[in-house]
Every structure is written in structure tokens, then in C-alpha cells.
Ligand binder design. Structure first.
Ligand code: GLN
Ligand code: ZN
Length: 766
């Protein structure tokens, strides 16, 4: 019989209940027992949803108050001493590692948090010592939560992060030099003890995640799988049957590792992302090993196409027989919102195309049933699904002939500026008349409480559009006046009208829809609610011209227009799964191109197209796939910006400065000016710009906008001097790291005064 499995469920609850509870606890408004009780309530609710859906393997220990990798740091007693010595109780120690702790005489910063593979989720990095030891925590969480479910009458499959991934995703602590994977012999006995404890508690199955298998692995990490799984498989019946799970990529390039995993009960692979790996994986399975087929997308919000998914599962059944195939979500459902049932405002046509976590749990059960009992057993569901797929494929939203015509008419010349940078620079010099070391900011100025209040009133219809527009104008008046006083060289309008840098554009483009409750966890208690690209994207009317034009009309200096780039619009939305992302990027690029040209017509001759998400879209492995992505991503940027005259200056912005891995792509953008986050990084990172003889202009951030601190003028001078070791004076722009929307005016004004004064000092010397 083909069974069904979910690899993990979102933790937040219907109304971001976990976020609210955590934040109330941190703010001293909820007691620890109350927070723990809320966690329990959420876990039980989520198990019940999956049980009612008919899922056979329901995950436990997928819940985390902050992050599941952080859970494992405590589970293995791998807590760095700076936290463990503080005398905090277990939960507070846990939050101290996740978010820092500054209370009651204790002051420790958080552990490093980084992106979980190529998702928008962030995990806390295991931070290890040269003399690291491990032991199993008292009352281990996976056992506790398994028993909690059992008591509620629900048999679960605990999820644990595998030993190789736990170490490979970690790093040596500051001042330590240990290579994490070398700690495996010390860590393995703890896994053995944990697995035995799970079995003793009654767990018959366990999911061991080894997602690092989708990476290109260093030889010693690769080699670690053999001893790790020899030790685990040797437990035989004294441990639960293990499903080893991989996701977000294929594992074919690590096929030589698979024999080491053959002793495990099952192997899970992501067949949404990489369906082509099916045959290779089937051939690499052990003679009795089960395939867990990830056919329901854990990363997106689309209804699964049952016919396609059933075909994949049936192909596996044909080779392996029904008892050796399980239908599963491609990954944990952590990356999808909780339930579609909360969305009351979606157009009905579109709502029928979606499936969030609760609905995806039903889908795995239906697919398993369709394969086991035959299509007639779920005829109504299959018919409804086919109807929905047909409606989506034939909808006017997904088939906009005007967009298709426009794309077909794009010519090679549309991707290139009229002339090379040297010519453009001359034209820009005489047109813009900027001094050397020009100063500017990245776009947003403080989003004050008043701005949020007025926006809210406007959204609720409590003030008219005219009143709101007038208010925005006043805000623009204010920031222009402040920039006059500060003596900046290129102004911005401050972005007071923007709720979010992607949503704002999505709301003005055809092809997007918005949800009211579809939040996904980004890190800790922070959630994002990405807009959804449902159809062909086009721009019905100018989106930013009114504000920029008004701002320019009252400014004595060049006003910079401000747009979010095509890749960032794509990456920070839920993309379509029925057309390639490169096509969506191209459609977005054409819409933005029109905006860029309209801004220029309106007298805006400096235009910044932000692409902070360019790097996070990089495929996980180097090689062809990554190069292909960079090719279409760079093309999209160029298509969006190349429509202007030589004398119009195109800027782009990135919230990081590590370009070593893909510098050729950054250079290929051909932006006249780049601004990058750099104030906390080593100026040495700029060396790549000289090494690669980068000819264009750069503004490495000199002001850390994440901190309330006002840097003294001396610090700005030092930073600028450091940068001049790597950049020519005429290349250097002076600007903050990023937009200033999260800061207050009290912080921003003095900091910018120092910044401008420092620039003037250097200007006087050159
Ligand atoms: N222009 C945007 C701002 O200043 C850029 C934001 C970003 O890079 N994340 O807010
Ligand atoms: Zn930024």
C-alpha cells in the first residue's frame, strides 16, 4: 500500500499565534508556563489537522519556538559557554542564543543566523568549539513531543536533523579552528542514545533530515555519511525505522554517498524541484528500501496537479511495488502559509488554484489513495483538481496576449545601453554636474508613526485619496528640505508612500494577487506575507512617477527615482509554477522598463533599481544551473534599465558586499553606480573591484543603518580612507548601507551630517 507523509508543518498557527505568544513572553506580558501551553496547543492543533487530512506519517519535533536547528543545539548540549554560564533557565538560554539577551546584568549577542538553503527561512548556526563535547539533553524534546502526541492519540514520526547536516551547517566559534565535521565521532553516540530513547518511547519511525546532500560537498563531509549511517543502521530494531530526507535539490551528484544510506528504511527526495532524479535514485536504493516521493510542493502555494503527481508516483510504484513507495511533501511545509481557509478576499477564480499547508496535507493523502485504491476511490477530488488546473491553464490571467506579443518583440538591442560606460559617464558629468565623492542615500527616510497612521487610515477609507496624496506631498516637502540642510548631492523622495518595496509595485501591476493571512516564517517570530504572481505581469499605468516628479520639482539637486528590480520582485513573491521564472522576470523587467523610461521623460535623470534579492536566488550548487540563473537575472536587470539615454544615470543597490562568487554577473549589470552594504564588512571585500578592473562607480555603505548608533565624523573619515585603498577617488560615492526607514530622525540627521562633512573633507583634498 502506498502511504502518505508530511515532512513538517508551519509553526505559527492560523493568526501568527506563535509570533504573538513569543513576543508577549519576551515583552514580559506572558508567563513561561503560558507560553509553553500555547506551544502545546499549537502542536496539538497541527497534528489534528494532519490526522483529519488522512496523512499516515505525521511529523513531530518539527515545531520550534524559535528555530529547529537551535533546538538541536540544546538537544545535544552544544550551547556555547557564554550562554550556558549565565544561569538562565532552558527556555531563556534558548532565546538568548536565538535573539541575544540584554537583561538582569546579562548581555550576550545572538548566535549567527543564516539563510536555510535557498529559502527565505533563517536558521541559527551551530557554533562549535575546538574541545566541543556533546551529550543528550535531559528530557529530550523529540521524545517529549512524541509522547505528547501519543497521549493525544496521534502516532507521529519525529523529525530530527541528521548528524552530518547538523555539523556541516555549523561553524567553528570565534577564535576556534575546529572543522565541524571532524566532531562526528563525538556526536554519533548522542544520536544513538536519542534514537534508542525514541524507540523506547514507542516511536516506530523517525525522519532524519540530511538536506546537505543537495549541496556540492567537501570530500570529508561526503565521507562522513558512511560512518554516521553505519552506526545508526547498526541499531536495527532498537531504533525506529528511519526515513532519510533530502530536499530543495537533487542528490544525483552525490550518488556515491547513497550506498551508505541503503540500510535505512527509506530515502526521501524532492521530485518537485528535480523530477528527473527519479530513475537514478530508484536505481540507487537498497533492495528493500522505500522511496519517499516528494511530489507536493513544500515551497509554494499552488494546488498540486494530481495527474502529474500521480504519474510520478506510479512510475515509482512500477519499479518498486506499492509497499516501497510513500507519497510526501517535497520538503517541510514550513515555507507555506497555514491555511487557505483564512483568505476571504481572493478572487474566487484564483483562490481555487491555491493550496496552503493544511490543504497540502489533504493532497498527499489523496494522491496516496488514488495510487493505492485506484482513481475511482477519489474521483470527485481528481475531477475537481483537473477542472481547477484547466481553469488556471486557460484563464485570461495566465494568457495575456499583449504580454506575450511584447515578449516576442524583445530584441537583443533592448538589453544594452546605447553606449559604453565611458561615453555615458561624460554625458552624465555634464548633465548632472555632481562633485567628486557625491553623497546620497538609498531611498527611504524614517517611516514615522504618523506615516503608518495615515496609510492605515487611507487603506481603511477613513481619509480620501486627495487627503492621503496631500499628506505624502508634505512628507516629500519635509525630506527635500532636510536634504537641502544636510547638503546631500543626489536626493531621494524618501518613499513615504511605500508599504513594502515589493508589495507596493505588486499592487500596481497586473498579474499579482495579495493575501490577508498567508504569512510564512522568516526567522524567529518574524513572518513575511509575500504577494503572489498568478498571471502574466504588465504595468497598466505609471507607478512611481507622480511622487518622483513632484519631488524633483521642488529640489535644487538631482532627484533619484527609486524602483524595485525584477529579480527582487520575483524572489520576494510566490512565483508562478506554470512558467519558468526567467519568463516572469522578463515580464517584470518590461513593466519596470516602461517605468524607467517614464521617469526619465518626467525629468528624473538618476534612477535606482534595487536588487537586494539577486544573490539569494543563486542556485545552491555552482555550475551550469547557477550560470543560467545569473544569465537571465542579469538580462532582466538590463532589460529593465537599458531604455534610457546616456546622460541618465542608472544606480543599483545590494544589501551585502560579498560578490566574490559571482562578480562577473555584478559587472555585467552595467549599472553606472552600485551602492552596497559595507559598513560592518571588511573594506578588503572591495578588492575584487580592483582585481577585476571594475570601471564604474560604487558607493560602499559607510553608515550601519541597522543600529541606532550615530557614528562620529572621524569614523566616516576612516571608512572613506580605507575604501580609497581599493577604489579610485572618482569611482567612490558616499552613502549609508541601506534605506533609513527603520531609523528615527534623531539618529539619521546627525549621522548624515557627519557623513556629508566627511565627504566634503575628502573633496577638499582632491
Ligand atoms: N530603496 C530601498 C530603501 O531605501 C532599498 C531597501 C533594501 O535594499 N532592502 O528602503
Ligand atoms: Zn539594502
Amino acid at each position: 500500500m502506498v502511504t502518505s507523509a508530511v515532512l513538517g508543518f508551519p509553526r505559527m498557527g492560523v493568526l501568527r499565534d506563535l509570533k504573538k505568544a513569543n513576543e508577549a513572553y519576551w515583552g514580559g506580558k506572558l508567563s513561561q508556563p503560558e507560553l509553553l501551553a500555547e506551544g502545546k496547543r499549537l502542536r496539538l492543533a497541527h497534528w489534528k489537522i494532519q490526522k483529519d487530512a488522512g496523512v499516515d506519517s505525521i511529523p513531530s519535533n518539527d515545531f520550534a519556538f524559535y528555530d529547529h536547528v537551535l533546538d538541536h543545539i540544546q538537544l545535544f548540549n552544544a550551547v556555547p559557554e557564554r550562554y550556558s554560564k549565565q544561569g538562565l533557565d532552558t527556555l531563556d538560554e534558548y532565546f538568548a542564543m536565538g535573539r541575544g539577551h540584554q537583561k538582569g546584568g546579562v548581555d550576550v549577542p545572538a548566535l549567527e543566523m543564516v539563510k536555510w538553503f535557498d529559502s527565505n527561512y533563517h536558521y541559527v548556526k551551530p557554533t562549535l568549539q575546538d574541545n566541543q563535547t556533546f551529550s543528550l539533553a535531559k528530557d529530550p524534546k523529540p521524545v517529549r513531543e512524541f509522547l505528547e502526541a501519543k497521549e493525544a492519540g496521534i502516532t507521529t514520526r519525529p523529525v530530527i536533523l541528521g548528524p552530518v547536516s547538523f555539523l556541516a551547517l555549523g561553524k567553528a566559534d570565534r577564535g576556534q579552528s575546529v572543522e565541524p565535521i571532524t566532531l562526528l565521532p563525538k556526536l554519533l553516540p548522542v544520536y544513538v542514545e536519542l534514537l534508542k530513547a525514541l524507540k523506547a518511547a514507542g516511536a516506530e519511525t523517525v525522519q532524519i533530515d540530511e538536506p546537505v546532500l543537495v549541496f556540492d560537498l567537501q570530500a570529508n563531509v561526503k565521507a562522513a555519511f558512511k560512518p554516521a549511517y553505519e552506526a545508526i543502521n547498526a541499531l536495527g530494531a532498537s531504533a525506529p525505522q528511519a526515513t532519510i530526507a533530502t530536499y530543495f535539490g537533487d542528490i544525483v551528484h552525490n550518488a556515491d554517498v547513497l550506498p551508505a544510506l541503503q540500510g535505512a528504511h527509506a530515502l526521501h527526495v524532492d521530485l518537485v524541484r528535480n523530477p528527473e532524479q527519479l530513475d537514478t535514485v530508484i536505481n540507487a536504493l537498497g533492495p528493500k528500501q522505500t522511496l519517499s516521493a516528494g511530489v507536493v510542493d513544500g515551497r509554494n502555494i499552488w494546488k498540486t496537479n494530481f495527474k502529474k503527481a500521480i504519474d510520478v508516483v506510479q512510475a515509482a510504484v512500477k519499479s518498486l511495488g506499492p509497499d516501497r513507495v510513500q507519497v510526501a511533501t517535497s520538503s517541510s511545509l514550513l515555507h507555506t502559509p497555514h491555511t487557505l481557509a483564512s483568505e476571504k478576499k481572493l478572487p474566487a477564480e484564483v483562490a481555487d488554484w491555491f493550496s496552503f499547508a493544511s490543504e497540502k496535507a489533504v493532497e498527499v493523502a489523496i494522491i496516496a489513495k488514488a495510487v493505492t485504491a485506484g482513481p475511482d476511490a477519489v474521483k470527485a477530488e481528481l475531477d475537481a483538481n483537473a477542472k481547477s488546473a484547466h481553469s488556471r491553464a486557460t484563464s485570461e490571467r495566465t494568457n495575456n496576449p499583449k504580454v506575450k506579443e511584447r515578449i516576442a518583440a524583445v530584441a537583443a538591442a533592448d538589453y544594452a545601453r546605447k553606449n559604453p560606460f565611458s561615453t555615458r559617464y561624460e554625458a552624465q558629468k555634464s548633465h548632472l554636474k555632481l562633485p567628486i565623492f557625491p553623497t546620497t542615500t538609498i531611498g527611504s527616510f524614517p517611516q514615522t508613526k504618523e506615516i503608518r497612521v495615515q496609510r492605515n487610515k487611507f487603506t481603511k477609507g477613513e481619509i480620501t485619496e486627495q487627503q492621503y496624496d496631500d499628506f505624502i506631498k508634505q512628507e516629500i516637502d519635509l525630506v527635500v528640505k532636510i536634504q537641502d540642510e544636510l547638503g546631500l548631492d543626489v536626493y531621494v523622495h524618501g518613499e513615504p508612500e511605500r508599504n513594502d518595496m515589493v508589495q507596493y509595485f505588486g499592487e500596481r501591476l497586473d498579474g499579482y494577487v495579495f493575501t490577508t493571512h498567508a504569512w510564512v516564517q522568516s526567522y524567529g517570530s518574524r513572518c513575511v506575507r509575500p504577494p503572489i504572481i498568478v498571471g502574466d505581469v504588465s504595468r497598466p499605468a505609471p507607478m512611481t512617477v507622480k511622487e518622483s516628479q513632484y519631488a524633483a520639482s521642488i529640489s535644487s539637486k538631482p532627484m533619484k527615482g527609486m524602483l524595485t528590480g525584477p529579480i527582487t520582485c520575483l524572489r520576494w513573491s510566490f512565483p508562478r509554477d506554470d512558467v519558468h521564472q526567467s519568463v516572469q522576470a522578463q515580464q517584470l523587467a518590461l513593466a519596470l522598463r516602461d517605468e524607467v523610461v517614464d521617469l526619465e521623460k518626467a525629468g528624473i535623470f538618476v534612477i535606482q533599481v534595487d536588487e537586494p534579492a539577486l544573490r539569494e536566488g543563486l542556485p545552491l550548487r555552482k555550475g551550469t544551473e547557477r550560470e543560467k540563473y545569473l544569465q537571465w537575472a542579469v538580462d532582466a536587470f538590463k532589460l529593465s534599465t537599458a531604455g534610457v539615454e546616456d546622460s541618465t544615470q542608472i544606480h543599483s543597490h545590494f544589501c551585502y558586499s560579498e560578490f566574490q562568487d559571482f562578480f562577473h554577473a555584478i559587472a555585467a549589470l552595467d549599472a553606472d553606480v552600485l551602492s552596497i552594504e559595507n559598513s560592518k564588512s571588511d573594506a578588503k571585500l572591495l578588492k575584487v573591484f580592483i582585481d577585476e578592473a571594475y570601471p564604474r562607480h560604487i558607493g560602499p555603505g559607510v553608515y550601519d543603518i541597522h543600529s541606532p548608533r550615530v557614528p562620529p565624523q572621524e569614523e566616516f573619515k576612516q571608512r572613506i580612507a580605507e575604501m580609497l585603498a581599493y577604489l579610485k577617488p572618482e569611482q567612490l560615492w558616499i552613502n549609508p548601507d541601506c534605506g533609513l526607514k527603520t531609523r528615527t530622525w534623531d539618529e539619521v540627521k546627525p549621522a548624515l551630517i557627519h557623513m556629508v562633512d566627511a565627504a566634503k573633507l575628502f573633496r577638499a583634498q582632491h
